[in-house]
Design a protein around this ligand. Structure first.
Ligand code: MET
Ligand SMILES: [Zn+2]
Length: 781
C-alpha cells in the first residue's frame, strides 16, 4: 500500500475476486417484478406478498450469478435490486424526502418509494428523466435548503443479510454522492440561487454513515457509481466534477469504519481522469473500456500503474449496453496488458447489465444462427468468468476463445450482414442527396396545401384502447386472420379521422393503431432487424421495452406505411400526415450492430425511409412527419464527440427526407424541452415544421428559437399528454399567446406535446376540443 491508498482502517481488505459485474436486470426473467408491483398497486396483493416476491427474485439472481461463474465470496456479486429506480433508492437511503411529500410517504420504504415515483392526486410525482445517454429513466431527486438528510440503510443491510443466509458475500451498490447531487434538481421551495450541490458535504456525511452501517453489517465491499465523471452534459464542467469526486472520496476513504470502496465510472470515457481517480484512498476503481479508453501514454510510462498501486482496477471490457458476444480474445488482450503493466486487474462489465435482457436461451424462436452471435445478461456474466479465468491462465480458456473467434467469423460472413447493393447505394450518396430546395421555394410551393395560420394538428398516435390491444393479440395468436385484423384497423382509422374532423383539427393523422411500438413496427418490416420474444429491458419503474436487434444491412423489402396512410387520406378532404420514425430514433431504441459505424447504419435506415416517403408521395400524401424523439438522447456525453454525432444524425434525417419535392411538407417531432444544446442541429434538420414538447416547461423552448431566428414552422406543445388532466381553453390559449409573442403566426402550429397513445379517449377528446378552441381564439384576436 502506498501513502495515498489506504485500507479501511477498521478491517483488512479482502481483495475483490477477479470477476465481477456492475449490476444485473432486476425486473425478472418473465417480468415477475412488474406483475407483482402492479398487482400491489391495484390492491390485489399486500406489501408482505410483494416483499416476498422481491426477496425470491433477489435470491434467484444471486444464485444464478454464482452458477454463471461469479465467486460467491469476497463481494463479486452486486446487490443491484431495485423496486423502481436506483436513483430513487438513493433518495430513500439518504432520507431525502421532499417536504411536499411529508404527508404522502406512509410508513415504509416501499410506500415512500411508490409515493415519490408515482405521486397521487395531491402530489405531482418526482420528475423523470433519462439516465445519461440511455433510454432508462430515473426519478429526479428534489432538494432545497430544508430537505431532510439522514441515513436509512435498512434495505441495503437487509439485502446483505439475505445474501449471507444463502452463503453469498454480496456487494451493496449505491449511486455515488457526487452523481446524486449533480442529478438532483432544486425543489420549487428552494431559495434563489440554491443548487443541490450546495449540500454535497452533508450528503457525503450521510454516505459515510451508510458505509459505517454496512461495515457493521459485515459488508466487505460497497460499490459507488459515479457516471457523472464521464459526462460533459451536467451543470458543472467535467474538471470540476473530478475535483468534487476527489474531495468526496478523500472524505469517504478516510472514514474510520467502512467497507472497501469500488468507485465506478460507467457509460463513457474516464481515461483522462483515471490516474487521479486511481490515486484516491479507496480500494478499487472501474472504467468503461467499451465506450471509453485507456490513457495509453500513462500506461506506457508506468504512471498509471503507480497511481493504481494498492488499488484494484475493474476493467469494464464486457459491453453492458449491447447484446453481442464479446470478442474474448480482444478483451483478454486488454486486461492482460493492464495486468502485465503491474495493475491488479479484475474483469468487469462496462456498466450495469440492467440495460440488456436476461437470457438468450429464452429466445427459442430466433434464427439459430443469429442467436449464436448474441449474449444477454447471463451470457455476459459467463464471459466475465471466462475472461477472469483467462487472466490467471490464458491457455486454460483457449478453447472458449477459439469458439468465439469462430462465431465472429461466422457472423462476419453470414448472408445479410453485408450486402453489396446496400453498401454501394450508401457509398454513392452525395451532399446533394441531403439538400432540399431553399426554404422560401418550399414555402411558396406548399401554399397549395391551404394550411391556415396557427394550424392545429396532433403528433400521430391516438389512444391505444384495450380493443386495439385485444385485436393485436388475437391476430398474433392466429385467432383472427389478416383480413379480419385489417378490417378492424380500417374501422379504427375511419373512427379516428371522423373524430378529428368533428373536433375541427386542420391536419389529420391516421392514429397509428397498427403500431405496437414506433420502432418495433418498422424493425419488423425492414430487412436487417430481428425482434425478440422475451428481450425486455426496464425503461422506468415497471415499464419495459423490447428493443429490436439490428444485425445486418438494412433495406426495405416493401412499402411499410403506405396502405394505411392512403386509406386514411381517402376518407377526408383535409391533409393526412404520413407518419414515420426517423433513422436516429430507430437506432437509439434498438440494439445496434457493433461491426459497422452507427453513422453508416443510419444512412442505410435513412435510404429505406427515403424510399418510403417517395412511395407515400406518389400515392398522394402531401405531408410526411418523421419523428426523431431520440435525437437528444444519443448526444454523446463526451463533448469532443458531439459534433461528429450531430453531423451524422442530422445528415441521416436529411438523407431520409430530402428526396421530397418542394410541395411536400416535411414535419418532425422531438419530445424533450431541454434542447438549447442541440438547437443548431434542430435547425439543421431543415424540416418545414417541427413539433416539440413545451407545455410542461411553459414554452421555454420558444425563447431560444426566437433568439435563434428560427424561420420555419414550429409547434410547441400546448397540451401536456403525460397525465389524464384536461388542459382548459384558457390555459392552452395562454400558452399559444406566450409562443405567439415570440414566433410569427404564420410559423406557429398548435399541437399537443407528444402522441396520445397512453391517454384515454374521454380526456383526449376534451383536451383536443379545447386546443382547437384556443387556436381559434388566438387567431380571432
Ligand atoms: C415519442 S414520440 C411519439 C411520436 C408518435 N408519432 C406518436 O404520436 O406516438
Ligand atoms: Zn413525442
Amino acid at each position: 500500500m502506498t501513502a495515498t491508498s489506504q485500507p479501511a482502517p477498521s478491517q483488512t481488505v479482502t481483495p475483490l475476486p477477479n470477476a465481477t459485474i456492475l449490476g444485473y436486470p432486476r425486473i425478472g426473467r418473465r417480468r415477475e417484478l412488474k406483475r407483482a408491483i402492479e398487482s400491489f398497486w391495484k390492491g390485489a396483493t399486500d406489501e408482505a406478498q410483494l416483499g416476498e416476491t422481491a426477496r425470491e427474485l433477489r435470491a434467484a439472481t444471486r444464485t444464478r450469478l454464482v452458477e454463471l461463474g461469479l465467486p460467491a465470496t469476497g463481494g463479486a456479486v452486486p446487490e443491484s435490486f431495485s423496486f423502481y429506480d436506483q436513483v430513487l433508492d438513493a433518495t430513500i437511503a439518504l432520507g431525502a424526502i421532499p417536504h411536499r411529500f411529508a404527508d404522502a410517504v406512509g410508513s415504509s420504504d416501499l410506500t415512500a418509494t411508490f409515493a415519490l415515483a408515482r405521486g397521487d392526486k395531491d402530489h405531482q410525482p418526482l420528475e423523470m428523466t433519462k439516465w445519461f445517454d440511455t433510454n432508462y429513466h430515473y426519478s429526479v431527486p428534489e432538494l432545497d435548503e430544508q430537505t431532510p438528510l439522514a441515513a436509512n440503510s435498512a434495505a441495503l443491510v437487509s439485502y446483505l443479510a439475505e445474501a449471507k443466509e444463502q452463503g453469498i458475500e454480496s456487494r451493496p451498490v449505491l449511486v455515488g454522492p457526487v452523481t446524486y447531487a449533480l442529478l438532483a434538481k432544486a425543489s420549487d421551495a428552494a431559495g434563489e440561487g440554491f443548487a443541490p450541490l450546495d449540500r454535497l458535504d452533508e450528503i457525503v456525511a450521510v454516505y459515510a454513515q451508510l458505509l459505517a452501517d454496512l461495515a457493521a453489517a459485515g459488508a466487505a465491499w460497497v460499490q459507488l457509481d459515479e457516471p457523472a465523471l464521464v459526462s460533459d452534459s451536467l451543470s458543472v464542467p467535467r474538471a470540476e466534477i473530478l475535483a468534487l469526486v476527489e474531495r468526496t472520496y478523500a472524505t469517504l476513504g478516510g472514514a474510520s469504519a467502512r467497507p472497501a470502496i469500488l468507485l465506478t465510472a460507467p457509460y463513457g470515457d474516464s481515461a483522462a481522469a483515471l490516474s487521479r481517480i486511481a490515486a484516491l484512498p479507496i480500494e478499487a476503481v472501474q472504467a468503461d473500456l467499451v465506450r471509453g479508453s485507456l490513457p495509453e501514454s500513462e500506461l506506457a510510462d508506468g504512471s498509471l500503474a503507480a497511481a493504481f498501486e494498492g488499488t484494484q482496477f475493474v476493467a469494464g471490457v464486457v459491453d453492458g449496453r449491447n447484446i453481442w458476444r464479446t470478442n474474448l480474445r480482444a478483451a483478454l488482450a486488454t486486461a492482460t496488458r493492464l495486468q502485465d503493466a503491474g495493475i491488479a486487474t479484475v474483469i468487469g462489465t462496462s456498466n450495469s447489465l440492467q440495460h440488456v435482457p436476461h437470457d438468450v436461451s429464452d429466445e427459442t424462436k430466433l434464427d439459430a444462427r443469429l442467436r449464436s452471435w448474441l449474449a444477454f445478461a447471463d451470457q455476459k456474466v459467463e464471459q466475465v468468468a471466462i475472461l477472469a479465468k483467462g487472466l490467471a491462465d490464458a491457455a486454460s480458456v483457449e478453447a472458449e476463445l477459439a469458439e468465439v473467434d469462430a462465431v465472429l467469423a461466422d457472423r462476419a460472413a453470414a448472408p445479410g450482414v453485408s450486402t453489396a447493393a446496400i453498401r454501394d447505394r450508401a457509398a454513392a450518396v452525395t451532399a446533394a442527396d441531403r439538400d432540399r430546395a431553399p426554404e422560401g421555394d418550399r414555402r411558396d410551393a406548399q401554399r397549395a396545401l391551404n394550411i391556415p395560420e396557427l394550424a392545429t394538428t396532433t403528433i400521430g398516435s391516438f389512444p391505444q384502447t384495450s380493443e386495439i390491444r385485444v385485436a393485436r393479440a388475437a391476430f398474433a395468436r392466429g385467432e383472427i386472420d389478416q383480413a379480419a385484423y385489417d378490417g378492424f384497423l380500417r374501422a379504427e382509422i375511419e373512427r379516428v379521422i371522423r373524430l378529428q374532423e368533428e373536433i375541427g383539427l386542420d391536419v389529420l393523422v391516421h392514429g397509428e393503431a397498427e403500431r405496437n411500438d414506433m420502432v418495433q413496427y418498422f424493425a419488423e418490416l425492414l430487412d436487417g432487424f430481428a425482434v425478440t420474444e422475451h428481450g425486455w429491458v426496464q425503461s422506468y419503474g415497471t415499464r419495459a421495452t423490447r428493443p429490436s436487434i439490428l444485425w445486418g444491412d438494412v433495406s426495405r423489402p416493401a412499402p411499410m406505411t403506405v396502405a394505411w396512410s392512403v386509406y386514411a387520406q381517402s376518407l377526408t378532404e383535409r391533409p393526412v400526415k404520413g407518419m414515420l420514425t426517423g433513422p436516429v430514433t430507430i437506432l437509439a431504441w434498438s440494439f445496434v450492430r457493433d461491426d459497422l459505424p452507427l453513422a453508416d447504419t443510419a444512412s442505410q435506415v435513412a435510404l429505406a425511409l427515403r424510399d418510403e416517403i417517395n412511395d407515400l408521395v406518389e400515392a398522394g400524401i402531401k405531408i410526411v412527419q418523421v419523428d426523431e424523439p431520440a435525437l437528444r438522447e444519443l448526444l454523446p456525453l463526451d463533448a469532443d464527440r458531439q459534433a461528429a454525432y450531430l453531423d451524422w444524425s442530422v445528415g441521416a434525417f436529411r438523407l431520409a427526407t430530402a428526396g421530397a419535392a418542394s410541395e411536400v411538407q416535411i414535419h418532425t417531432h422531438l419530445c424533450y424541452s431541454e434542447f438549447g444544446e442541440i438547437i443548431d442541429a434542430v435547425d439543421g434538420l431543415d424540416a418545414d415544421v417541427t413539433s416539440i414538447e413545451a407545455a410542461r416547461s411553459r414554452m421555454d423552448v420558444v425563447e431560444p428559437l426566437g433568439d435563434h431566428g428560427y424561420s420555419r414552422g414550429i409547434g410547441p406543445g400546448v397540451y401536456d399528454i403525460h397525465s389524464p388532466r384536461v388542459p382548459s381553453v384558457a390555459e392552452q390559449t395562454e400558452l399559444i399567446q406566450l409562443a405567439a409573442a415570440r414566433i410569427p403566426g404564420e410559423q406557429l402550429w398548435v399541437n399537443p406535446d407528444c402522441g396520445l397513445k397512453t391517454r384515454g379517449y374521454e380526456e383526449t377528446v376534451a383536451s383536443l376540443t379545447n386546443l382547437v378552441q384556443a387556436a381559434r381564439a388566438v387567431r380571432g384576436a
